[in-house]
Design a protein around this ligand. Structure first.
Ligand SMILES: [Mn+2]
Length: 260
């Protein structure tokens, strides 16, 4: 190992960014991989940013009665107890996470988008679904379900009824996604430009599209896309982005190795 490599490895991690784990009891290997991540890589960072769709769905914070959900909250809380700051941004599947879950998991809820400054870098964070503006049906659905009045009405229903409704939406969504043009499912370039203008940043990290990449835009801005996680398949997918103290962003693959 050269001195240069040693110096690079010696840079402490300031922040980790993950999204789109789609955690659910039906995916035990994905769940185990995330719990292992929380007990390994995540213990060596100052901050962990959970950028949406960590859960496959969230019916309301009273669903912490489900042991699986409590197990995830406990694991996050244990990490926070070790001194790691946890931040949570809603995805399109788990946007009903509220203050009760935040307390149970020891994390701080963030708006979407959100701008952070860490290791001398100013970064915009987003889940990414709000920038998929070509998908007009989804944008209409999003506008409806993100209204506080709609959410209050929904959360007033019994938990079992809420879960049944969500299961129905998920089934319809899976059917619709299979027939949609792939291009519609990605972010819209104008929406990304608007996000950069709104936040006054040059770097964006988002998930949602399951198209992990680093896009160097024509105007010099950088768009990092997080991978989704799925370990319950033959070729597992996963990974994250890290920010080290020297202000460098690193993309990590499913094994944790840095993507050059
Ligand atoms: Mn999503």
């Amino acid at each position: 190992m050269t001195d240069f490599q040693f110096m690079q490895k010696a840079q402490p991690t300031v922040a980790l960014f993950v999204s789109d784990l789609h955690l659910q009891a039906a995916l035990p290997r994905t769940t185990a991989a995330f719990l292992a991540f929380l007990q390994s890589h995540a213990t060596r960072t100052q901050q962990l940013y959970l950028l949406g769709d960590i859960f496959e769905y969230w019916a309301g914070d009273d669903d912490l009665v489900t042991p699986y959900n409590q197990q995830i909250a406990d694991a996050l809380k244990a990490l926070q107890a070790q001194g790691v700051e946890l931040f949570w941004m809603a995805g399109n599947r788990d946007f009903l996470v509220g203050q009760d879950f935040a307390r149970a998991a020891g994390l701080t809820l963030l708006p979407d988008p959100h701008v952070i400054t860490a290791a001398g870098r100013t970064l915009a964070l987003a889940h990414g679904d709000a920038q998929c503006t070509d998908d007009q049906a989804y944008m209409a659905f999003r506008a409806q379900v993100r209204q506080p009045a709609y959410q209050q009405q929904f959360l007033a229903m019994p938990l079992a009824q809420r879960k049944a409704i969500i299961e129905g939406i998920r089934k319809n969504s899976q059917d619709a996604n299979q027939s949609k043009e792939m291009a519609i499912m990605d972010v819209n370039a104008d929406a990304i430009a608007a996000l950069f203008a709104q936040t006054g940043t040059d770097v964006l990290i988002h998930g949602h599209t399951h198209r992990p990449a680093l896009h160097r835009l024509a105007d010099g801005k950088l768009r990092y896309v997080l991978p989704d996680w799925e370990y319950d398949v033959e070729a597992p997918r996963g990974g994250w982005i890290s920010l080290t103290a020297d202000g460098v962003l690193h993309r990590h693959d499913v094994s944790g190795d840095e993507i050059a």
